[in-house]
Design a protein around this ligand. Sequence first.
Ligand SMILES: [Zn+2]
Length: 93
Amino acid sequence: MGTLVAVVLLWVTPFIVALHIGERKGREGVAFALGFCLGWLGVLIIALTTPTDAARRTHALRNGFACPFCQEPVRTGATVCPHCQRDLPGDVR
Ligand SMILES: [Zn+2]
């Protein structure tokens, strides 16, 4: 019984946590390998990686909208696009 608890705590749990973090950062493959091979150390490493551009864009679009001029993600309520510096019309904000 003690062995099962140890396996869950030291291997299964960090593996799931690593996958969860990796999914949010768009790095599922790396997270899978790190969580599987390194356990909690893998979780730490994946937590320190930066998200991919695609994951960052998906996150930004979830919390805002795409600029009508350059299609980059912009936060809701922004009046100027941070990417192309153009004024955003009121109807897209
Ligand atoms: Zn723009």
